[in-house]
Design a protein around this ligand. Sequence first.
Ligand SMILES: [Zn+2]
Length: 615
Amino acid sequence: MRHHRAVILGTVLLAFGSASVGAQVTARAKLPASAPVSDIHYDVTVDSTTARTRELAVTMQFHVDGSGPVVLALPAWSPGHYTLLWFASRVRDFSATAGGTPLAWHKLDFQTWEIRANGASAVSVSFRYQADAHDRAVAYTARDLAFFNGTNVFLYPVGRGFSWPATVQIHAPADWRVATGLTAGSAPNSFTATNYHDFVDAPFVIGKFDFDSVRTRDVWVRLASFPAGGMRAEWRQRTLRWLSQLVPTEGAVFHDIPFAQYTVLQLADTIVNGGGLEHHDSQLDGVTMDGNDYPFLPFLYAHEMFHAWNVKRLRPADMVPYRYDDAQPTPWLWVSEGVTDYYGPLALVRSGIIGDSAFEAQMAGDIAQVQGSVPVALGDASLSAWIGAADGTAGIYYPKGATAGLLLDILIRDASNNAHSLDDVMRALYDSTYRTRWRGFTAADWWGTVSRFAGGRSFAAFDRHYITGRDAMPIDSVLALAGWRVARDTVRDLRLGAQVAPGDGCMLLAVVNDGGPAQAGGLRGGDCISKVGDVPVTSLNDWPKVLARYDTTTGTTLSVVARRGSDTLSLSLPVRRIDRLVFRIEEIAGASAKASQIRAGILTGHTGRGGSRSN
Ligand SMILES: [Zn+2]
């Protein structure tokens, strides 16, 4: 998963999405196993009517062996989105029939149904599913669109494992398209997988959207972008170009491209913007129609695609196999998410999509977040993902895990004289766990492999201090080994004293802070700023122009034009500036040959002495 990097504006963070934490429910009594079921087939029906009622119509048909009760459950969460969402809460009008005759059923717990099949061999279960969630892990409908995740609607038999094949048939209007990462079945709009894990790890986008594809190496890369015509043709082509560069670059880390087809599902201005969710052979991204998120998009695509290796296949042992009935915490999300956040920008710079300085800026941003955070252990932060964290460290395993990845990469290259790198660690773990025998990696696997490629050097102290411990990371001393230096500049920032959000051609004040300049000048929550001084403000992107114009002026007041309902206000705000520390990573002039080789090796993906840049 990836959220937009928080944008600092005024005194506060611009938060994307809701931080809702699902109701906390404790572990429940062990459920009885279902009677064996087979020939499992699902039907999902969507059309303009279901779009209007904000529902999906779902049916599951299967064969029952034996006379015992059938026990079916819906997942509590969707892998990659580490929050309990209890998908059964959206089920309406549940029914079960055999040969058209209703079967008795009741719930064993809030997400599990027990059905008395009475010896019937062919059973059908139906329900309607509420699809109005602005959430990448749930289901959403709009005019000409139905979107859902398999975890939302595909019931599974309890206690029967997940190694069973299934098919789904999508029923949609003839002029609607269907996009999913699943393998197409024999019938039109039918899809199949050999096991439940893969089956539910492929969201569906159904409706009227643009669907483009390009072939890179032996892989079809596909881009489904809703709504049709919402994303300009040259943007779609640019996206496909990026994706087709990322597939071989990211695959090179693992010496393996594990999919024949990779699908990017993109919804503009429908679900929560500014983030994505990774899936087995696909990713689902919420984007803005106006392209405001353009600078962020390549980072989003690269991050989510890297997950196809790191977490979808190479995964911590705590999450193998997935369980769907409850939370599945692990202290290793800093590898699954943070190291992915290191490799996303790396893949971009290695592909030539961004330059060295953009990669360095990204890492500097991570380091700034780490240094601005209260001390928190990476393992602890990973475990807390499921409940969020009120101390400001929620999500810190992204930038701090990325920083740990950078430090480990440098330390391995330094200890091995640039013969080995973190790439070797990722590849060896992928080979020895996922590819050889499908299991997850353990702490012994991780640190043993890191040590092996670092010439046998022990990382026990590194782990004790900086991963499972809360000591400040030795960022400056390790970066110097790669000829990099962290420069810290103090800048003076103009402050509004408000939480801002995109407005309708203006910058919306979502919340006005007590005692801040905005309040002192007479602004209220809901007001929408259209001009600051002589700088027009039509979107959040105009704020840097305001800063550039007024950050260094010496005036004590600033004029602001804002809309309040149908009124236009002209106000005068007191100017307040706050010193802010800004981090930059710069290349050290005159770094040693070894340090220069390490730095070049990281940026190009090479090891050895041949790490000089060719671009
Ligand atoms: Zn992620």
